[in-house]
Design a protein around this ligand. Structure first.
Ligand code: PEP
Ligand code: MN
Length: 296
C-alpha cells in the first residue's frame, strides 16, 4: 500500500483494524439467516437489477439458487440516471421478493434510497443495500444505524477509500456494526467499461478494515462478457463474495440488461469459479501456519 495513503484511521476507528495488524482474529462476520459473510464461505448474491414481475423474479431465484448463489438481489426502488427510466415497483416489488425468499430460502438484498423507506424495506429485506449514488446520503446512513438489518454499502463512484470507510463509520456510529463493503467500480477516464473496477481496493480495504468486502463485477463492467473475468479477479484478491446481475432474458431487461448474465452464463461462471475458490481456500488455511512459523 502506498505509505503516503492517509492512514489516519481515527475518522473511521469503528471499522478499522488495529494498526499493528493484530486484528486477524477480529474480523467482522455479518450474519444473515444461516449465512456468514466474511467468514470461510464465498457468498454469491445474484439476481436481476430490478424486480419486474413475479415470474421474472421467481424463475431467476430458482436458477441462481440452483447454481450456488446464497442471496437474491433485486431492486424495488431504483436510482436511475434518467427520470424517464423505470423507477422500480416499490412495495409491490418487496412483496415479490418476500415470495421468492419463501420459495427458495434465499436471503434478500434490496436497495434503500431514502431514510423514509428504511422501515418498510427492513420488513422485507435481509440486507439493506446502499447504492453508489447514496453513499454520501448521511441521513440515510444514520437511519440505517437502527434498522436491525445488515447493510451492504456500495462505494460511491467518485469516493476515495477513505471516504468510503468514513461512510461505513457513520452507519457503525449510528449503532449498526453489521456492514458489508462493496467495490462496484469507480469513474475514471476509461470508457471501454461502464466503470473501472478498482481491484486494488479489495486488499487495501481488507488490510485497513475488519469489515467483509464483496465485489459487484456487473456495474463495473457494464457488459456481460467481462463479468466472469472480473469475478475471477475478485476471488484472487480475497473478496468475501460477489453481487452479480442475472436476468432470464437480458435483452428484454428493464434495466442494466447489457451487463446481466442469463441463467446458463451465470451457471457457467459459477462452475468456472470453483478451482479459483479452491486455491483461495487453501491459501486461507495456510495463512495461520505461516504466522506461527514466523514467516512474513
Ligand atoms: C444496482 O445494484 O442495481 C445499482 C443501482 O448499483 P450501483 O448503486 O452500484 O449503481
Ligand atoms: Mn443495476
Amino acid at each position: 500500500m502506498n505509505p503516503k495513503w492517509n492512514g489516519q484511521f481515527s475518522c473511521f476507528d469503528l471499522v478499522a483494524r488495529p494498526a499493528d495488524g493484530s486484528g486477524e482474529t477480529a474480523r467482522t462476520v455479518v450474519s444473515v439467516m444461516d449465512l456468514e459473510i466474511g467468514a470461510d464461505d464465498f457468498i454469491v448474491m445474484a439476481g436481476p437489477c430490478a424486480v419486474e414481475s413475479e415470474h421474472q423474479l421467481l424463475t431467476t431465484a430458482e436458477a441462481v439458487a440452483d447454481a450456488g448463489a446464497r442471496v437474491l438481489r433485486g431492486g424495488a426502488y431504483k436510482p436511475r440516471s434518467s427520470p424517464y427510466s423505470f423507477q422500480g415497483l416499490g412495495v409491490e416489488g418487496l412483496k415479490i421478493l418476500r415470495k421468492a425468499r419463501e420459495q427458495t430460502g434465499l436471503a434478500i438484498v434490496t436497495e434503500v434510497m431514502s431514510e423514509e423507506d428504511v422501515d418498510v424495506i427492513a420488513e422485507y429485506a435481509d440486507i439493506m443495500q446502499v447504492g453508489t449514488r447514496s453513499m454520501e446520503n448521511y441521513a440515510l446512513l444514520e437511519a440505517l444505524g437502527s434498522c436491525g438489518r445488515p447493510v451492504l454499502l456500495k462505494r460511491g463512484m467518485t469516493a476515495t477509500l477513505e471516504e468510503f470507510l468514513c461512510a461505513a463509520q457513520v452507519v457503525a456510529m449510528a449503532g449498526n456494526p453489521q456492514i458489508v463493503l462493496c467495490e462496484r467500480g469507480i469513474r475514471t477516464f476509461e470508457t471501454a467499461t461502464r466503470n473501472t473496477l478498482d481491484i486494488a481496493a479489495i486488499p487495501v480495504l481488507k488490510a485497513v478494515s475488519h469489515l467483509p468486502v464483496i465485489v459487484d463485477p456487473s456495474h463495473a463492467a457494464g457488459v456481460r462478457s467481462i463479468v466472469p473475468a472480473l469475478s475471477r479477479a475478485a476471488v484472487a484478491v480475497g473478496a468475501d463474495g460477489l453481487l452479480v446481475e442475472v436476468h432470464p432474458c437480458p435483452e428484454k431487461a428493464w434495466s442494466d440488461g447489457n451487463q446481466s448474465l442469463n441463467f446458463s452464463e451465470f451457471r457457467n461462471m459459477m462452475d468456472d469459479l470453483q478451482p479459483y475458490l479452491a486455491i483461495q481456500q487453501e491459501a486461507r488455511e495456510l495463512r495461520p501456519r505461516l504466522v506461527v512459523g514466523g514467516a512474513d
